[in-house]
Design a protein around this ligand. Sequence first.
Ligand SMILES: *Cc1c(COP(=O)(O)O)cnc(C)c1O
Length: 415
Amino acid sequence: MTTTSTDALSPFRNRFIFPQHEGHPVVYLCGNSLGLQPASVRAALLAELDQWATYGVEGHFMGDQPWMYYHKFLTPQSARLVGALPHEVVVMNTLTVNLHLMMASFYRPKKGGRYKIIMEAGAFPSDQYAMETQVRWHGFDPADAIVEVAPRPGEELLRTEDILDTIHAHRDTLALTLFGGVNYYTGQWYDMPAITQAAHAAGAYAGFDLAHAAGNVPVQLHDWGVDFAVWCSYKYLNSGPGGPSGAFVHERHASDPDLPRLAGWWGHDEKERFKMRKGFIPMYGAEGWQISNAQIFAFAAHKASLDIFDEAGMAALREKSVVLTGTLVQILDEIDPDQRFFKIITPRDPQQRGCQLSLLTQQRGKEIFDALTAQGIISDWREPNVIRFAPVPLYNTLEDLEQLREMLPKIMNRV
Ligand SMILES: *Cc1c(COP(=O)(O)O)cnc(C)c1O
């Protein structure tokens, strides 16, 4: 069952620090929520403490990685990660903040014109709150302006045709589509190119929240023509709690001076940044959306992690991911063939999912989840009744899944 890529990637496991359970590393299937710590992060943080100690304020311009340019040191890896040109991406702020900043540019509703947002029903709450308050802030009614695409009765997943039909139906009033890349609850990977095309055909912008997609599935934001995207770095990207966010703005918007934005000095032309003059002149590309100077310690951890992704490569990671998650499906089907305890709601087609599998639990789901945790198998629980398992290709192995195969039936017999 091993493939070239699982073998080639196996040394990467040793680059991560595992919490221990009774003297052994836990089986960590929770990279969808908070990725494990790369061992290299500690040195990366210490290097910045040293930089500060050595240079004080001069650290902005001295040393190997002067703080003044720090965001740029994360750009090439971020661009490769999401299929973007370097000037289309920037690391800044945190995810929901960046979502609001992108909305400031790409959601400009007009009375009697375009004002609607189409999104998936049951999006992550932060995205729901962001959309709701954006709509209100512009003086519109969320009940009218936000159109949610929901699964059909009796189904768990969205059908692409239903998404596209909804976009078409609202084509005269649609301002924006905002979907997750991969839905946090079901693990469904939406057809991002099709959604983007349909949004553009309707005369609207297409934005994506890649919180559960970045570092999980291969995306090609530039080629797909996506207008903007945002993602966080602490889930699949292993950059630590509260880690910084990435943002993508397509090249076609890179130098549009008419696109309004909420600016700060770090988005201002860097040649003029310290001249402290009036009049905002944005940097070309995504850098022009920066507001504040870089959060160096968080960025240092993020850089250490991005470097690992870059070394492994998304193509190889994806290949191993498909093997791992496919194996997990087989194991779960064998353990509970009649779906007495749980039903996998994530798509069975690997092209429509990343590594995460969501199990809708039928009986005693929370007890099963708690018992797994007590045995050192770390997954996560989403109310009201879903267990999420996410074997990630950087540090999970087929042996991890064997441990689950052994433990889960015992637990199911007990609860
Ligand atoms: C994890 C997640 C968030 C969290 O937002 P923060 O601003 O980083 O706290 C938001 N949206 C989605 C879709 C998520 O998965």
